[in-house]
Design a protein around this ligand. Structure first.
Ligand code: AGP
Length: 619
């Protein structure tokens, strides 16, 4: 949550900060601000609402600030205090100006201590309090970097802070302790700071992912990294990223989300290439990497995740149990971390997180490591905290995902799960070898099939658009499915809530009669996922149950399934004739496009839905 950007060097900093914040808006967008030195004068512009508001504030003075060369910026996802201008970052306290991502857990103690001395912060945030701590150190005669280090020693919690000081205007200091922070050397001289690599890629692909407890100092003499605890200089190697800046733009689509839905075939190809050894011709040949061995040793897998990633984990359970006959538990990280779970001696805990920064998922991984349990991660972000803290990591290769609603990262996670299932299946379950081999041959063709299915004027996309025109006024939606269509139904309901703000529930179709069916009337749309698989006929019985109670049915099934089609008020055909393990890969885009079209009809902010953020770095 919250995006930080900072710079000191030879480039005009105001444009750089605004451009950087635009790349980071997905991390939070309820208020925004920048601070920079114009000559020796500190300027702060901030506002509630989105970045445009700050841009307007700056427009009047654009030429006046063309000389500014050092500054920091922030886009906020509120934790402490409402999303107001007063609570927006940067916070200015005495000589100090700072931006913060994370939570200062002992903020009440600090606030009480300040109040005892008659000092009162202007905002309701925990972040501003840090400024008082630094100012006290400056007043005690310390230099800025030393003051930052000492002040950090007085706070508890997960926080990354980037700050500047009136006494040393050409210096930016960033501390990482929990929340992610990257730094990079600008090839034309200067130092870049950001919450993730995206704002930096425009200038360089060589990025340093700071470790917890690192202090990065950028000034005239370049970049230095010090240990927070001792102040000693340390060396950190840069990671070369393969994400090009062009992939961060909308590429002609009206929204990032739509672009990212259409990028799914490429995301699948790239993930296949990253996780498999494509030089080999046998089924599911995993590319050699440390995680493969750990996975093969597991006698039970515990998959831990949140939100959409949790749905990928649920699909993983169906596939791994069925193809590899390996027991799988699926757990919500936010619950698992506060239970006292029993984890078997030969279990492996695998955290799934597109961002690799989700606080609850990371907490489970840390806790399990501390207990000596082997841990794995699946993430889309190189250098993310999950990648560094799990014992071994598998990378999906969906490329940067800007839309807050996960789309291509989800499908890539699903693919990772299926690849684990297939490769473990080959080793553990010789009886199913022929089935696994046949599945693999279909899997490698899947990206092409999906690409044709997603064609803009194709039958699938047209059918979704037609249906949306008629269902947009519904009171609510149920998404139902059985087997692997059940996690897809959960994901469909989550997407619709997230971006269209329409009430939706996802259910295992067999569960409706145990209570939720009481909600059904003619104002309700039931989206029935009934592709041709082992569960189709049972799902159709559930369809009949809700239809007879007045629900209007939006059916999603095999294009040739005329008997299912005849039962539906609205019909979306998906490609037929494929191994049923692959069906979630064609059903999911239907869920995504349905939510997308309904959100557009409602006129919501599709890429930045209200109250959400892309990386949920607070619990
Ligand atoms: C997805 O559309 C959501 N924005 C959200 O549920 C997300 O999947 C969840 O916060 C987990 O994120 P992660 O994959 O980065 O851990």
């Amino acid at each position: 949550m919250c995006g930080i950007v900072g710079y000191v060097g030879s480039r005009p900093v105001v444009d750089l900060l605004i451009g950087g914040l635009r790349r980071l808006e997905y991390r939070g967008y309820d208020s925004t601000g920048v601070a920079f030195f114009s000559g020796q004068t500190l300027q702060v512009r901030k506002s509630e609402g989105k970045l445009e508001n700050v841009e307007k504030l700056l427009q009047a003075d654009a030429t006046r600030f063309a000389d500014a060369r050092s500054g920091i910026g922030h886009t906020r996802w509120a934790t402490h205090g409402k999303p107001t201008t007063q609570n927006a970052h940067p916070h200015e306290v005495g000589d100090v100006v700072l931006v913060h991502n994370g939570i200062i857990e002992n903020y009440q103690d600090i606030k009480a201590e300040l109040a005892r001395h008659g000092r009162h912060p202007r905002s309701e945030t925990d972040s501003e309090l840090f400024g008082f701590l630094v100012q006290d150190e400056l007043d005690a005669g310390r230099e800025f970097v030393e003051a930052m280090r000492r002040a950090f020693g007085k706070i508890r919690g997960q926080a990354s802070i980037v700050a500047m000081c009136r006494r040393e205007p050409g210096r930016v200091v960033g501390v990482r302790n929990g929340s992610p922070l990257v730094v990079a050397r600008d090839p034309s001289g200067g130092v870049l700071f950001a919450s993730d690599a995206q704002p930096v890629l425009e200038y360089t692909r060589d990025v340093i992912f700071l470790e917890n407890g690192d202090v990065a100092v950028g000034d005239d003499s370049g970049l230095r990294i010090l240990e927070l605890a001792t102040g000693r200089e340390v060396r950190r190697e840069a990671t070369r990223l393969d994400w090009s800046p062009e992939r961060l733009d909308k590429g002609g689509y009206p929204h990032y989300m739509l672009k990212e839905i259409h990028e799914q075939p490429v995301a699948l190809i790239d993930t296949l290439n990253a996780l498999l050894d494509r030089a080999k011709t046998d089924a599911f040949p995993m590319a050699p990497q440390p995680g493969v061995e750990l996975l093969a040793k597991a006698r039970e897998l515990v998959l831990v995740a949140c939100g959409t990633s949790y749905h990928a984990a649920l699909l993983g359970k169906y596939w791994i149990e069925s193809l590899a006959r390996l027991p799988v538990q699926v757990e919500l990280a936010s619950e698992f971390r506060y239970r006292d779970p029993v984890v078997g001696a030969d279990s492996v805990v695998l955290g799934i997180s597109q961002s690799g920064e989700t606080a609850d998922t990371l907490a489970v991984i840390r806790d399990m490591r501390a207990r000596g349990v082997p841990t794995l991660g699946v993430t889309n972000v190189r250098g993310s905290t999950l990648a560094r803290e799990a014992q071994a990591v598998f990378y999906t290769s969906a490329g940067p995902e800007i839309g807050v609603a996960a789309t291509k990262t989800f499908l890539s996670q699903c693919l990772a799960m299926l690849l684990f299932a297939g490769s473990l299946g080959v080793k553990r379950n010789p009886a199913h070898r022929a089935r696994v081999e046949a599945l693999f041959h279909q899997l490698v063709k899947l990206p092409h099939l999906l690409e044709s299915a997603l064609e803009d004027q194709g039958p699938l996309t047209q059918a979704i658009r037609n249906a949306c025109g008629s269902v947009q006024e519904a009171k609510g939606f149920f998404f139902i499915g059985r087997g692997t269509s059940y996690p897809v139904a959960l994901e469909g309901a989550l997407k619709l809530k997230e971006i269209a703000y329409i009430h939706a529930e996802g259910y295992a179709a067999g569960e409706l009669k145990h209570g939720p069916i009481a909600m059904i009337d003619d104002q309700m749309i039931v989206v029935v996922l009934a592709p041709r698989d082992a569960w189709r006929d049972k799902t159709i019985s559930n369809l009949e149950e809700v239809k007879s109670r007045g629900a209007r049915i939006l059916g999603v099934g095999a294009s040739a399934d005329e008997s299912l089609r005849s039962l539906c008020d609205f019909w979306v055909p998906v490609p037929d004739a494929m191994d049923e393990s692959l069906l979630p890969f064609v059903l999911t885009p239907v869920m995504q496009l349905l939510s997308y079209e309904l959100a557009c009809l409602k006129g919501t902010d599709v890429d930045k839905p209200r109250n959400l953020a892309k990386s949920v770095t607070v619990e």
